[in-house]
Design a protein around this ligand. Structure first.
Ligand code: MG
Length: 469
């Protein structure tokens, strides 16, 4: 069965048969435990659960620790430090994704695809860095996070604040985030939040409770308009990143507060996309993947998600920070009802889609991602190791924090000097990273340490620049 599917895909690619459509549903700050089929006890996701029953569900799929770097990995097929995108871009930043990067959208555009991003971009908001300059025919959404706006709870208090601002402060108080520290310095105060249609700002500080519904409508419109040619839809929801705004039909409906409400709305949106594909007869011509950009933002208390059995969350290199839900569905091509624990990552989508669309990968640069089509057919991971980096400012070297190979994960000391293993975890026996087994398996630690050192050195030789104005 699996061999037959592999052959079918090879034949598809080799004989120039119609190229599949691609849909990526990318959520923001949704944790490993925030989907029904990943064990959520209180969030209902019938559409995602059905998607998993009809496709392949990953249990060791990696994003990056936070928003911007994760999108950089997805778009370039490379680790964020490889493309110098190790931090989140704020409004008006003079840097962004480099014009020489070949994004997933550009690659597919080169194969005749129509391309659209609906939702959050976060790789620079100056015109040079917008998605319309990086391979997307169309763009509708926010250029960065939905909390980068004048109603952020850390904006310095002003006299006669609006009801919107008061509500934001009350919510922050309730979730515990209000006491996080000082207010933003004047230089970092957020301007009005722009909603873009292509390169035009169509609204400032939009009503975020309409966002998921609006994004879904735009996505369905794009699918219908391109039913007769290959398309790539990147549906990058701003939810469930704080501040949480469910639509009126979803508010108060889940058993998990606002967080559950917005995830259930996203699940509804996934159902809409899948229904549209079915109605248009595109089900068997379309690969759909659902995944998240990073783990739950735990500092926001009840407004943050859950990493389920995994340790910690967003912004960390613990599994809870970087391991995310991922479900792939393509009837007739990807087997139904399968689960794989093989290592894969969002940076693998570029090489995988390249294979399926008949594109060749650029030969003049290192692409870290691997073609995971065989993994979808039940094969072992092509990754000998996966490397965990956390953030760094522009121009700084990103710290390599950990390395995983098979079931083993070594956390590294990165505070100067030669890297020394700090802790070793057996993720198969101990997915929560509770029991350090370094003393018992020193030879495993030495091997992983060697891999980390070699990768660090290779990376130093092959870093690509940040885009600068
Ligand atoms: Mg995020």
């Amino acid at each position: 069965m699996r061999a037959a599917l592999l052959l079918a895909a090879a034949a598809l690619a080799a004989h120039g048969q119609p190229k599949p459509n691609f849909v990526i549903v990318f959520t923001d700050d949704q944790g490993y435990g925030d989907v029904g089929c990943y064990g959520s006890p209180d969030i209902r996701t019938p559409n995602l659960d059905r998607m998993a029953a009809e496709g392949v569900r990953f249990t060791s799929f990696y994003a990056q620790p936070f928003c911007g770097p994760s999108r950089a990995a997805l778009m370039t097929g490379s680790y964020p430090p490889r493309v110098s995108l190790m931090f989140n871009h704020g409004p008006g930043s003079k840097t962004g994704i480099h014009p020489n990067e070949i994004t997933l959208a550009e690659m597919l555009k080169g194969q005749g695809y129509r391309t659209m991003i609906v939702g959050k971009w976060h790789l620079g908001d100056r015109p040079e860095f917008l998605p319309t300059r990086h391979g997307f025919d169309q763009y509708f959404g926010l250029p960065y996070s939905n909390d980068m706006w004048p109603y952020h709870p850390l904006m310095p208090p002003k006299p006669n604040e609006s009801p919107r601002m008061k509500a934001a402060r009350e919510r922050a108080e309730l979730t515990g985030y209000a006491g996080q520290g000082a207010y933003l310095p004047p230089s970092r105060e957020y301007p009005d939040l722009p909603l873009y249609s292509n390169e035009e700002v169509v609204e400032l500080n939009p009503d975020l409770s309409k966002l998921t519904g609006l994004y879904t409508a735009k996505a369905l419109e794009f699918i219908a308009a391109n039913r007769d040619r290959p398309f790539f839809l990147y549906l990058a929801h701003n939810m469930p990143h704080v501040p949480l705004f469910p639509g009126p039909k979803f508010k108060g409906k889940s058993r998990r507060g606002l967080y559950g409400d917005v995830v259930e709305e996203i699940d509804w949106s996934v159902g809409q996309v899948l229904s549209k594909l079915k109605d248009l007869g595109l089900d068997e011509k379309t690969l759909v993947i659902f995944t998240s950009d990073n783990g739950p933002w735990l500092q926001y208390g009840i407004d943050g998600g859950s990493a389920g059995p995994l340790r910690d969350g967003k912004a960390t290199h613990w599994e809870g920070g970087m391991r995310v839900p991922a479900i792939v569905r393509w009837p007739g091509q990807v087997p139904a009802g399968q689960t794989t624990s093989e290592i894969a990552a969002n940076l693998d989508l570029l090489p995988t889609f390249a294979r399926l669309a008949g594109a060749t990968l650029p030969a003049d640069r290192v692409i870290d991602g691997k073609d995971i089509w065989p993994v979808l057919q039940g094969a072992k991971s092509p990754h000998e190791a996966f490397y965990y980096f956390t953030g760094a400012r522009a121009g700084e070297e990103a710290p390599l924090r950990a390395v995983r190979s098979g079931q083993w994960k070594l956390h590294l000391r990165t505070d100067g000097g030669p890297a020394r293993g700090l802790a070793l975890y057996d993720l198969q026996a101990d997915p929560g990273e509770k029991f350090d087994v370094l003393a018992r398996y020193p030879e495993v630690a030495r091997k992983l340490e060697g891999m980390a050192q070699a990768f660090r050195e290779e990376l130093r030789r092959n870093v690509r620049p940040l885009g600068r104005l």
